[in-house]
Design a protein around this ligand. Structure first.
Ligand SMILES: Cc1cc2nc3c(=O)[nH]c(=O)nc-3n(C[C@H](O)[C@H](O)[C@H](O)COP(=O)(O)OP(=O)(O)OC[C@H]3O[C@@H](n4cnc5c(N)ncnc54)[C@H](O)[C@@H]3O)c2cc1C
Length: 499
């Protein structure tokens, strides 16, 4: 059932078996997976059913590092940021889960890709993909190539392909609205306009363990109430999760004990943009370029072996066909680029040469100084606003350029085509708007904020869902993985009888 929290009486206490804070991709997935006739799940969603400026304003903050738009990069409404996501989905690569000694503080994930495999398949359904992620199939090349005229670039020791799938894109609020609204209130209550302002904790004098025993909620109409539940799950996105934890730790009454100084640190995102051009003699396979038609998009990336050998960060390259343009249109005429091809052909018999822009996605190096903290100014509900200091190390750029060179040399040597760098000043730098790392996962409370089950270290009943738990980012977009982790968390709570 959907309810408007603005209509709840001031001072009410709402009891639940599970409280999920935030109804974006993670929160809605958890709510649907956890509802059951044995328990009542209450979802507290700060926004309303649709966008409105006053709620969105609660997301404003200050960016003091690499320029970052805190307001545009997420949406405070039912469905969260999936109301404007693009829908690119891909599992992380197997190497992304491993400890990588050449990347500082990349201690590895406490789960590997194999363990996530069934959750990825289920997440693909939640995100309405056309099938399970091809990258996870042993015969993935056949799966992807089936029915297409031109195939994938042959694998080499240096270059491999991976595959994006495109979600319609699923707008979680709209898509699952009827389902949420139609679930009886004894199983599921979704309260809209319910902004959580603090998690209140008590600490057991016998065990020393802390428990969140109530959650403070405020609406923009002025009423305030409390929710109490034995299981509390924070699913407010990679910036609001640390903001809420940090701000709850400052509460004068029943503050939340932070497990360590890592909350908010290691903020990372993907850097994206155009880095160069690929020139080929024969048409570039539609598997790389016709994403809207096929809802699949193959990518090129350095193989795991090459990534290890050259000590790189995770990087992937996507291609976008460029149509021949008249001279003077601002882009080189591909026909003039034939000389760049290894064999000089680009022959008219193929109608070539062909040109594609090369887009990159690179993870930023994990950096403890890249962090979310609290600003001095406050939002309309009295919470300290976000202060984001996003740092991008030189090593991130060096790794990106080295990856490009490796792929370029390999494709040229094999006669696949020629890659050439755009002049650095012509490179376009964009941000993925994927907020990761701020409550990183590690079994050791010295090295992570949450454990392998996404439970906050030192707090008996608080879990986190979303990409803030990613200890490193990989080059893939995060939503498929965070939905898979949310499904895994729901099963974990169910099996342990926690919920
Ligand atoms: C322009 C854009 C394009 C993107 N494209 C892609 C893409 O192609 N592929 C991809 O994988 N990802 C993409 N993303 C990222 C994707 O949108 C996020 O990964 C995903 O939405 C995160 O889900 P979430 O549930 O963790 O957080 P969110 O979707 O942000 O949901 C958090 C929810 O919590 C609520 N909330 C916040 N604070 C509180 C509070 N104090 N109390 C109560 N409720 C609260 C919010 O209102 C919101 O509904 C894109 C993002 C943007 C901005």
């Amino acid at each position: 059932m959907l309810e408007d929290a603005r209509r709840l009486a001031d001072g009410t206490t709402v009891m639940a078996d599970v409280v999920v804070i935030g109804a974006g991709a993670a929160g809605i997935t958890l709510a649907r997976a956890l509802r059951d006739d044995e328990r009542t799940v209450v979802v507290l969603e700060g926004g309303l059913g649709d966008y409105d400026d006053r709620h969105q304003d609660l997301y404003d903050g200050t960016s003091v590092g690499h320029d970052y738009d805190l307001r545009f990069s997420r949406l405070r409404q039912l469905g969260g940021s999936t109301n404007h996501w693009t829908g690119y989905c891909r599992p992380l690569d197997a190497l992304d889960f491993e400890a990588r000694p050449w990347v500082p503080d990349a201690h590895g994930w406490p789960v590997d890709r194999d363990e996530l495999r069934p959750w990825y398949a289920e997440a693909a359904e939640v995100c309405e993909l056309l099938g399970p992620p091809p990258d996870l199939e042993p015969d993935w090349r056949d799966v992807v190539e089936g029915g297409h005229e031109a195939g994938l670039v042959e694998e080499s020791d240096v270059v491999t392909s991976s595959v994006h799938q495109l979600s319609p894109p699923t707008r979680f609020g709209e898509r699952y609205l009827e389902d949420l609204a139609g679930t009886p209130a004894e199983q599921l209550r979704v309260l809209l306009g319910a902004n959580v302002t603090a998690l209140r904790c008590t600490t057991s004098s016998t065990t020393g363990g802390a428990t969140v025993d109530r959650v403070d909620v405020a609406t923009l109409d002025g009423n305030r109430f409390v929710v109490a539940a034995p299981v509390v799950i924070l699913a407010t996105g990679g910036i609001e999760v640390p903001r809420l934890l940090l701000s709850s730790a400052e509460e004068p009454v029943d503050p939340l004990p932070l497990p360590n100084d890592l909350v908010g640190r290691y903020f990372s995102d993907h850097l994206e943009g155009v880095i160069g051009e690929l020139v080929t003699a024969t048409p570039i396979s539609a598997l790389y370029t016709a994403v809207l038609l096929t809802r699949l998009q193959a990518l090129l990336r350095p193989s795991d072996a090459a990534t290890r050998d050259a000590e790189l960060l995770a990087t992937a390259f996507a291609l976008r066909t460029v149509e021949p343009q008249p001279p003077g249109a601002g882009r080189p005429d591909p026909r003039e680029l034939g000389v760049l091809l290894t064999d000089g052909s680009g022959g008219p018999e193929h109608g070539g040469p062909y040109l594609a822009e090369v887009h990159f996605s690179v993870e930023t190096e994990p950096d403890p100084d890249s962090r979310v903290t609290l600003a001095d100014d406050r939002d309309e509900l009295g919470m300290r606003r976000t202060r984001l200091d996003w740092r991008i190390t030189q090593r991130t750029f060096d790794s990106l350029h080295r990856s490009f060179e490796l792929v370029a040399d390999d494709l040229a040597a094999r006669g696949v085509g020629r890659l050439r760098r755009l002049r650095p000043e012509a490179e376009e730098l964009r941000i993925g708007w994927h907020h990761m790392g701020t409550t990183r996962m590690h079994p050791d409370p010295e090295l992570g904020v949450v454990d392998a089950d996404a439970k906050v270290h030192g707090i008996d009943n608080l879990w986190v869902a979303g990409s803030s738990v990613f200890p490193s980012a990989g080059s893939a977009n995060p939503t498929l993985t965070l939905v898979a982790l949310a499904l895994r968390l729901a099963r974990h709570l169910d099996e342990r009888g926690v919920a």
